[in-house]
Write a protein that binds this ligand. Sequence first.
Ligand SMILES: NC(=O)c1ccc[n+]([C@@H]2O[C@H](COP(=O)([O-])OP(=O)(O)OC[C@H]3O[C@@H](n4cnc5c(N)ncnc54)[C@H](O)[C@@H]3O)[C@@H](O)[C@H]2O)c1
Length: 270
Amino acid sequence: MAVIRVLVSGACGSMGGYVCRAVDAAEDMTIAAAVDPAGIGHTLDEYMPELSEEARHLQISGHLAATLQQTSPDVMIDFTAPAVVMSNIEAALNAGAGCVVGTTGFSEIDLKTVQRMCETKGVACLIAPNFSIGANLMMKFAAEAVSSFEYAEIIERHHEHKKDAPSGTAVKTAQMMAEARQRPLSVVPTERHNVEGSRGGTLGNIPIHAVRMPGYVANQEVLLGGQGEILKISHETTSRECFMPGVMLAVRKVQTLSGLTYGLDKLLTK
Ligand SMILES: NC(=O)c1ccc[n+]([C@@H]2O[C@H](COP(=O)([O-])OP(=O)(O)OC[C@H]3O[C@@H](n4cnc5c(N)ncnc54)[C@H](O)[C@@H]3O)[C@@H](O)[C@H]2O)c1
């Protein structure tokens, strides 16, 4: 069995910790390197003493390009921040490493740039705003149902430390729903806004409302309104572990892909 050598970018972050544990536990993967400026001078065991003997002693690097050169990983997994993710992807593709990216906040222009870089380098990248299998099914069901309703709204709820709003998942859900529908959804204009922004942000005629507070991990509810009825498609996460089966699936598949794949749903249908 060929072992996939994985570089974890953002290893000291909240998601990075789950990624390190999941890669370390997978029989067909090994942590080739861990990169995070927050962990320079430390080893992985200072963050995750439960890791295997081999992974525990890995020094955390702050320099992605140099680490890519030194370790030649097969795949980079990136859960970092919107401000750094584009340069991380560029560095990984330049080094010939396939990319599995969970960092959110990509614009349409960013995605086109990544697509171009993948084509130039002949290396694949998978970006998924949500790696949870359940959340991807929620998006799929919402896109399936939207043609039967006239009104739709999305309420997404996340922990208070989330840096962007609305979530990448909410944006992707609205895009999938707008694409699936032949005609625009209805939105009744509000005559007077007593508080600015009360109706949320609107994408493809779908108002999106973002809640941020402790107690939530990542939840989303899609409301579809028709005459005398509401269909609610709801997804709730109770732990960030929910993202790991999707991340592992992407690591196993990315080297068989080409160009940019956006969304885990593309792998679930294959
Ligand atoms: N796609 C998904 O399923 C999913 C799920 C949860 C979170 N996210 C996203 O993942 C990202 C990270 O989330 P988090 O909660 O782990 O954040 P976090 O702030 O806990 O961790 C981010 C880590 O990245 C590190 N970092 C910063 N710059 C770096 C660089 N240049 N190279 C390497 N590491 C760098 C930071 O030091 C930090 O440790 C966010 O964009 C979040 O929205 C996506």
